[in-house]
Every structure is written in C-alpha cells, then in structure tokens.
Ligand binder design. Structure first.
Ligand code: PEP
Length: 247
C-alpha cells in the first residue's frame, strides 16, 4: 500500500519563535511516522524550517512558486531558488491564490511545469466554490482544473500531487463528508488513469477543515491518499493526531 502524505499549510502565519516551538513539538512527537509529512511555510522561513526539520521525516514545502525561471519579476520566488533550500513540494493553484491573485488554470499549469523542471513536486490544488457546487458544476470545474496540468511538456504526470480542496470547506470548519470527498476523488483518479498508467501512484489529498476528529474517516476512503491541512497544522497536537490517523 502506498504511503499517505499529510501536508500542513501554514498560510501567512508563524514567526521565528512560534515556528521553532511548533517544529520542536512535531519533531518530538513524530517518531517514525507511517506516512509522509510536509509543512508548507511562508517563504522567509524556508531556511529556518529546513534547519529545524533536518534529520527528521518532515519535508519542507513552499506555498507558491513563480511561473518564471528568473528575471524582472519583483517579489517572486523561482522553483530553482526553492530547490536550493531543500524544498520538496510547492503548492500551486491554492484557491486563495486563484481567488486573491487571479491565478488562472494556465498560470497554475506554468507554475507546476517550473516546479517539476527544478525537481520540486507541485501539489496542484483544485476545488469548486459553493456556488459551483450548488449549480451542479463540481465535476466540470475540478476536471477542467486538473486537465490544465495533465499534459505538461516533458514531464510525467505521476510526479505531481493533487489536492482536492472544496473552496467552501477551506478555513470554514465545514468539511466535505467522506462520501462527498471520495466521489470527487474517484472522478479525479479516473481522469488521471485515462492520462497515465501510473495514476495509482499519484497522491490525491483532501483539504478543507480536516482536523483531528474527522481525519480518520476521510483518510479511510479508497481514493484519499492524504490531507492538505491548514488551520489544524498550526497546532502540534492536532497535526500529530492527523498524522497518526494516516497510518
Ligand atoms: C488549506 O489552506 O489548504 C486548508 C485546507 O485550510 P483549512 O484546513 O484551514 O481548511
């Protein structure tokens, strides 16, 4: 059975002292986790978290990556720069980036492509808004978002991670039921299977108010290979419980 992946998304939270306390608690409580673990941290803290996570099974992730290689793109961070800091994963197309920064499917695909080229695995986020769900458009929306990254030039689709994050469940305390999440994951898995013989290897994460109480049920679904965890990843005890639920 493939290992699950639990990735925390700290969003724009943290500070030098808080990060050290969180990483220390995670390190102490982690032991030998049965799943892969990552934390996506704000860019200024990548070096600090890389140092704190050294020698542990915690991988470092970025929350975004530039679609450009280098040059006059003030404020952006390239995939090559991330790689230099030992970054293993980068979130791309998180709904907050799509919503507040106008990221289109094409931009998300370009970012995924840059990440792969630099040896950073993109965690491609897809998910419908509440209005789209209520209009019966969930499947169409997530398939369109996934289709944008399925045929990246020269890269094997099996190198990506996909996170299904219904927008209405992110940071709202309203989680998709395990059945609702599984239905969408099965759609995504079928779409990946049509594009690659290695679709089974691609981790399909669920994200959206995953917490210590609901993680086990979500992670028990056949096509849910892990979680992308926002709020609950900021509390060591909660994050450790979610990791334990992924055994
Ligand atoms: C996220 O930010 O990707 C997320 C899933 O957040 P939360 O767990 O807080 O809903």
């Amino acid at each position: 059975m493939k290992k699950k992946l639990i990735a925390g998304n700290w969003k724009m939270n943290g500070g030098l002292a808080a990060n050290e306390a969180l990483l220390t608690a995670l390190r102490d409580g982690l032991g030998q986790p049965a799943c892969d673990v990552a934390v996506a941290v704000p860019a200024p803290y990548l070096a600090q978290v890389q140092a704190l996570a050294a020698g542990t099974s915690i991988a470092v992730a970025a929350q975004d990556v530039s679609q450009h290689e280098s040059g006059a793109f003030t404020g952006e961070v390239s995939a090559t720069m991330l790689r230099e800091f030992g970054v293993r994963y980068a979130l791309v197309g998180h709904s907050e980036r799509r919503q507040y920064h106008g990221e289109t499917d094409d931009v998300v695909a370009a970012k995924a492509q840059r990440a792969l080229a630099a040896g950073v695995a993109p965690i491609v986020c897809v998910g419908e808004t509440l209005a789209e769900r209520e209009a019966g458009e969930t499947e169409t929306v997530v398939k369109r978002q996934l289709a944008a990254v399925i045929h990246l030039n020269g890269h094997c689709i099996s190198e990506i991670v996909v996170a299904y994050e219904p927008v209405w469940a992110i940071g709202t305390g309203r989680t998709a039921t395990p059945e609702q999440a599984q239905l969408v994951h099965a759609v995504l898995r079928a779409q990946l299977a049509a594009a690659s013989e290695k679709a089974d290897r691609i981790p399909l994460l669920y994200g959206g108010s995953m917490n210590a109480a609901n993680a086990a049920q979500l992670l028990a679904q056949p096509d849910i290979d892990g979680g992308l965890v926002g709020g609950a990843s900021l509390k060591a005890a909660d994050f450790l419980q979610i990791i334990a639920a992924a055994a």
